[in-house]
Design a protein around this ligand. Sequence first.
Ligand SMILES: Cc1cc2nc3c(=O)[nH]c(=O)nc-3n(C[C@H](O)[C@H](O)[C@H](O)COP(=O)(O)OP(=O)(O)OC[C@H]3O[C@@H](n4cnc5c(N)ncnc54)[C@H](O)[C@@H]3O)c2cc1C
Length: 374
Amino acid sequence: MTTPSPAFDFDAVVVGAGAVGLATGYALAQRGLSVAVLEKERAIGQGVSSRNSEVIHAGLYYPTGSLKARLCVEGRRRLYSFLESHGVPYSRCGKLVVATEPAEIPRLEAIALQAQANEVEDVTPLSAEQALALEPELRVVMALSSAQSGLLDSHGYMLALQGEIEDRGGAVVVSTPFEGAEPLAGGGFRVRAGGDEATELTCRLLVTAPGLGAQAAAARIEGFDAALIPKLHFGKGVYFVLRGRPPFRQLIYPPPIPSALGVHYRCDLGGQARFGPDLHFVDIEDYTVDPALEPGFAAYIRRFWPALPDGALSPDYSGIRPKLHGPGEPQPDFRIDDASVHGLEGLVTLFGIESPGLTSSLAIGETVAARLGL
Ligand SMILES: Cc1cc2nc3c(=O)[nH]c(=O)nc-3n(C[C@H](O)[C@H](O)[C@H](O)COP(=O)(O)OP(=O)(O)OC[C@H]3O[C@@H](n4cnc5c(N)ncnc54)[C@H](O)[C@@H]3O)c2cc1C
């Protein structure tokens, strides 16, 4: 059991028990800190981390030198070895990025160059014949194969992280919303938490990783300059499930759409084929899937899978990306803000942890620890 510094209830409090908050709690607990992860819902992993594609991204697309590029590649390497050593189901199934017409070939060539700049391993250009030998039902003129892309059981991953924190004497406390914090004279924070019983606890270090709640949490930290809180935009993406036999073994991605990777194909670890997510900016957190989107999905999918049968798609689930930009605006990087940004020693605030946040989570946790001087 780890004992906190005598002056505090915990060395570190992390707000949010999604993949990123749990991975951060794990990074801090590994360094011998006593950690409490506070979660407002009745169970861990009910937020963005349970409404995504569960794809382990290789790191092909992100701008050179960005946090997304670096943390996706490092996070992916760490993630495969964590999943393997903790017996969490995953598959390094590989992915094909496909050009379905000659006009898309320059976009694939640009992705290949970006992948090289990002030091992504095992990315190989394939001719149409080579791609068809792997996936005969594709419509393709050229493809990029990414052998390091894969799939994971995201809930199994989060349970394993929770286990690691608890095994080191930390606590993952559900039904306990973070309601605010104030910096203490001499360092550290007093944190207010709600739930069945309102609680106050003190900690030396505070990290906010509440996904879609990042802006609201930062606004409740006394002394946090409101001008430093970026505007939150909801980037909704819906999925359709395929009734019938999965047509492909690998992940299949057309070139990205503006601001997202776009509707892709995956066959999940249970053998169910799905397509999604698209991208719509919405004003409220609403997870309904509009069946009227089906014809648009079918037309898009037939560009790379002409044999999609009529009526084979059913509405499935949706997720909302915590975006820091609106429609038509450039897509910013992850924000991992420490005292050099906001001036509050011992505090790290995360904003805009959209894709590839799940893949990057272990590397985000390591970065947070480093920013806290650990
Ligand atoms: C449609 C879609 C597809 C995606 N696909 C992929 C993919 O294939 N691969 C990939 O790498 N990434 C993907 N992502 C991104 C990835 O899912 C996220 O980056 C990641 O899950 C974010 O994790 P998180 O822990 O920051 O947020 P969350 O999982 O949302 O966790 C935040 C937690 O904080 C809690 N919380 C909020 N406010 C408070 C409060 N006041 N007090 C206490 N707790 C609070 C929430 O309940 C939640 O449990 C996708 C995202 C979307 C939306």
